[in-house]
Design a protein around this ligand. Structure first.
Ligand code: DUC
Ligand code: ZN
Ligand code: ZN
Ligand code: ZN
Length: 473
């Protein structure tokens, strides 16, 4: 077993920052040391096999992205990153654990859909991975299957109030799945948009001739996110299920979440960098069909209405509990372009697994959140929320040695010249300049990104059997 000493850096946790050295033994963290401390009477630098100089850098737990869709069949095509390309891109961006979604389609047992996702990922991943289960067919058998999945380390289940005819569950199905989740102590994740009403608005827009990408956003107004979020909260309240609302983009939906949390309900809100940085107005201003790059659901919201500023504020107050990417990449060519002349045929999704840590660090530089909150929302709380703590999400003895050396004096130009590593022919964040840089990435004690290059390998990443959420109020 090799030992590595990460020396001279500032270790940042969700609660504080301190100059500390980190000693790694094999795959785990052996000790966190005051600078100059000895181990069994010896200078740890003299006995470590490798010393990584972290002077001037932040030493943080590897990022945990709790919401990705690698090679997901969706919208008549398939998300363009495989588990191999997507997790390699994650590694480049300082994310060392992803939680992806296994998808149950009608007629398929949840156990079998999970097995199919295991097959896609096994032996391919650069970083560790877990699964949530999308329950696309709420039946007696599916509900029974949920218990089996919990025993197999899949402890969270996602339902959709959007996408009628695809993943959609009506309120009765939602109620039943929530009852089961409550019984199991499992986390119920919700895509909260009123899909039935949205489908009517989409059809009306297309009939009017409003076919450009921008009309994707206007046919999914915030009221239908607020309403669905409220309904999900009330159904969760009736059943006692813990509720995690994914990819919240409307400030009014967050108001609902904040109110429920204020009353002591186990409700959590996730947002994504695209909702903090990008807007409906910018999508409107994009030439030609370019707006398709930012077609995702929930949609980007209006900056004039102040959603982005409010999301940052809720991130500070804690009512946005975590930041994930909803990484669901599609290329413009042959994929997004299927929707030329009909925005409803544009596959919904934005790829961003590589940029989350950088984009959120820019929030620290801009004074939007603290350094510690950055680590909290990107690493620690997602690890706790999804039952992986303290193995993931914290630098502490016994934890997996998933560590990022982040350079605040470095610089990252996103997307320019196709410099990203995601399998996409564009970047949703083209031209973004980040005042920081992912310098070195370790996954379970192995340097997988260093000296600007990839040093990992497919298959290094292992499946993480998750426990029940450790984040319930
Ligand atoms: N939203 C997206 O943008 N893509 C995948 C599924 C979803 O809900
Ligand atoms: Zn969703
Ligand atoms: Zn998603
Ligand atoms: Zn670099």
């Amino acid at each position: 077993m090799s030992t590595i000493l990460v020396r001279g850096g500032t270790v940042v946790s969700a609660t504080g920052s301190q100059l500390l050295d980190v000693l790694i033994d094999g795959e785990t963290i052996a000790a966190v040391l005051r600078p100059g401390a000895t181990v069994l009477g010896a200078d740890p630098a003299a006995v470590a096999d490798t010393v990584l100089d972290a002077t001037g850098k932040y030493v943080i737990p590897g990022g945990v992205d709790g919401h990705t869709h690698m090679q997901m069949p969706f919208g008549g095509t398939e998300a363009s990153d495989t588990f191999e390309t997507g997790t390699r891109a994650a590694a480049f961006g300082g994310t060392t654990t992803i939680v992806d979604f296994a998808v149950q389609t009608p007629g398929v047992r949840v156990q079998d859909s999970l097995a199919a996702w295991h097959e896609k990922a096994a032996g391919k991943c650069a970083v560790d991975y877990g699964f949530h289960q999308i329950v696309g067919d709420v039946t007696d058998e599916s509900l029974k299957g949920m218990a089996e999945l919990v025993d197999e380390g899949v402890t969270s289940f996602k339902l959709f109030m959007a996408y009628p005819g695809v993943f959609y569950s009506d309120d009765g199905k939602i109620l039943r799945a929530m009852q089961t989740a409550a019984d199991l102590g499992a986390l119920l994740m919700m895509h909260a948009e009123n899909g039935i009403a949205i489908d009517v608005l989409v059809e009306q827009a297309l009939r009017r001739g409003d076919t450009a990408p921008y009309f994707h956003g206007t046919s999914r107004p915030w009221q239908l996110e607020e309403e669905a979020t409220h309904r999900a909260i009330m159904l969760a309240h009736v059943t006692g299920a813990p509720l995690y609302v994914v990819h919240v983009s409307a400030k009014q939906a967050l108001e609902q979440i904040a109110e429920a949390r204020g009353k002591g309900q186990n409700v959590f809100g996730e947002t994504c960098p695209q909702y903090l940085y990008l807007s409906l107005e910018e999508q409107l201003g994009a030439p030609g069909f370019e707006g398709a790059k930012w077609v995702c659901s929930t949609p980007l919201r209006s900056r004039a209405e102040g959603h982005q500023d409010e999301l940052w504020r809720y991130l500070r107050t804690g009512d946005v509990t975590s930041v994930a990417t909803d990484h669901c990449p599609f290329c413009m060519k042959d994929q997004k372009e299927m929707g030329i002349g009909d925005f409803s045929k544009i596959p919904n999704g934005i790829g961003g697994v590589e940029h989350r840590m950088d984009l959120m660090f820019q929030g620290v530089v801009d004074g939007r959140i603290s350094l510690e909150r950055w680590v909290d929302v990107c690493c620690t709380t997602p690890a706790r929320m999804f039952g992986m703590y303290p193995r993931k999400g914290i630098i502490t003895p016994g934890a997996d040695a998933d560590i990022v050396l982040y350079d605040p004096a470095g610089h990252t130009s996103i997307g320019l010249g196709g410099t990203h590593h995601m399998n996409m022919d564009y970047s949703a964040y083209e031209g973004f300049e980040i005042d920081g840089h992912v310098d070195t990435v370790l996954s379970r004690g192995r340097v997988i990104v260093g000296d600007g290059g990839y040093l990992g390998s497919p298959g290094h990443g292992r499946f993480v059997r998750r426990e029940l959420s450790q984040n319930l109020l």
